[in-house]
Design a protein around this ligand. Structure first.
Ligand code: IMP
Ligand code: MG
Length: 186
């Protein structure tokens, strides 16, 4: 348990055990779907780090790993469309089967931006695996090929997800209770 967080968040909405079980299932599905392919897992940092590490080890195939650090400029509420890749890939993805690994798909803008940017590098295929999906907040139409959990329109932390860069190390997923009417943390 992370010191200081018990009592702030109350009960997990997704427990560590539920996470583990679901990620094992995703790993089995991806293993079946990508057999004989040239898989490269691209983690979207920082949020995907915890999910990524579990997912990669649940996939029983030879694969390559790479990461991009992505940032929206300001608070999420004001960031519409201003997604930026802060780092470049270190692996060549041309002709390879790319699987983008994301913590959560919310407005959909991050995934929309990366599909376009990375798609221009001529991968053989490009798909998305997100631990969480919050369809109620979607602003742009994006395909999410693999989803761990669909969650309600609440701001969540833990398992890689942050509030102001904190709580990413919480080993389960919890709802941050203090949010404004727009669904943003206050
Ligand atoms: P999108 O571009 O709006 O789909 O948002 C994607 C990013 O917003 C995610 O990668 C997260 O970093 C962040 N985000 C969205 N919803 C939440 C949440 O409930 N908790 C923490 N971060 C979130
Ligand atoms: Mg993120």
């Amino acid at each position: 348990m992370v010191p200081g967080v018990e009592g702030i968040f109350g009960k997990p909405i997704v427990t560590q055990e539920e996470m583990r079980a679901r990620i094992r299932e995703l790993g089995r599905q991806i293993t079946a779907d990508y057999a004989q392919k040239d898989l490269i897992l691209i983690g979207i940092l920082k949020g995907a780090f915890a999910f990524y590490a579990d997912l990669a080890r649940a996939i029983r195939l030879p694969l390559r790993v790479d990461f991009v650090v992505v940032s929206s400029y300001t608070r999420r509420s004001k960031s519409s469309g201003k997604i930026k890749m802060l780092t470049e890939l270190t692996e060549d993805i041309a002709g390879r089967d790319v699987l983008l690994v994301e913590d959560i798909v919310d407005s959909g803008r991050t995934i929309q931006h990366l599909r376009k940017k990375l798609g221009a590098k001529k991968p053989k295929s490009i798909k998305v695996c997100a631990l969480l999906n919050k369809p109620a907040r979607r602003q742009v139409d994006v395909v999410v090929d693999y989803v761990g959990f669909h969650i309600p329109n609440k701001f969540v932390v833990g398992y890689g997800l942050d509030y102001q860069q904190l709580y990413r190390n919480l080993p389960y997923l919890a709802v941050l209770e203090k949010v404004s009417e727009e669904g943003e943390p206050v």
